[in-house]
Design a protein around this ligand. Structure first.
Ligand SMILES: [Zn+2]
Length: 248
């Protein structure tokens, strides 16, 4: 399938980037034995798939006439963002987590279920903001989308609220040392700011391929940094369990 681009695209592209990270942080609160970077990666998985598929020419993005005012490109993305596909990617991610995490012992099933939930949370949040363009199954199926991005200030306020909630839920219980908690908080606020800039004033990129490439680089960088900062060292784990023992 050929990538259709009629006018230049914005680098940031389709994304409720920070909102997905906020949802992953809330999930991270539930299972602290798993690096929160895994939940963040899971919550962004459908976008990893989307941009890769756009580079491969298997899904497409094009720009509508009203792009300069709406900042919303139009996607044809049944394999990454269809309801059926999202269910499949969620199940696959859950099974993979189950298979690859024997070190989690009894927490394995819970971690797998939470990873699957994080992947699917992406679709639910995207349904909230996208115009009716998320298919239930294939290309020709019924599409859904509540179009919150048509009211961009409200959409960005809700996104900021999800991020704030995620940070408030996750950081106090993360078990991370203070310095790492602060660094993680700052990183996520930078992600939120870049999302807001991307959805409002960012200049257009040169092509769909550039849009996909820069989005993938951003996804890898953010997931990698969060995973790096989210590692709970043995000392941190020990001091957290000690303080919990004292309080319980
Ligand atoms: Zn998405």
């Amino acid at each position: 399938m050929k990538i259709q681009v009629s006018v230049p695209l914005k680098d940031q592209g389709e994304t409720l980037f920070a909102g997905h990270v906020g949802a992953a942080l809330a999930i991270g609160r539930i299972e602290r034995r798993v690096n929160v970077g895994l939940f963040v990666t899971a919550a962004l998985l459908l976008d990893f798939v989307l941009w890769l598929f756009i580079l491969f020419g298997w899904e497409s993005v094009n720009i509508t006439e009203d792009f300069s005012t709406t900042h919303q490109p139009h996607f044809v993305f049944p394999s990454s963002h269809g309801l059926l596909a999202a269910g499949g990617w969620s199940a696959a991610a859950g099974v993979l987590t189950l298979l690859l995490s024997p070190y989690l012992k009894e927490a394995r099933r819970r971690a797998a279920a939470l990873v699957a939930g994080a992947v699917f949370s992406h679709w639910l949040l995207d349904v909230l903001v996208h115009r009716s363009e998320l298919p239930l199954t294939g290309n020709t199926s019924v599409t859904v989308g509540l179009a919150l991005w048509n009211d961009m200030p409200a959409a960005l306020a809700i996104e900021a609220a999800i991020v704030a909630l995620g940070l408030c839920l996750f950081l106090p219980k993360s078990g991370l040392a203070r310095g790492k908690s602060i660094a993680l908080g700052i990183l996520i606020l930078i992600v939120l700011m870049s999302t807001i800039i991307g959805m409002t004033i960012a200049p257009p990129p040169s092509s769909a391929a550039a849009m996909a490439g820069s989005s993938l680089v951003a996804l890898v960088a953010v997931c990698g940094l969060i995973a790096w900062l989210g590692r709970v060292s043995r000392e941190e784990r020990f001091s957290t369990s000690l303080s919990e023992d004292r309080h319980d």
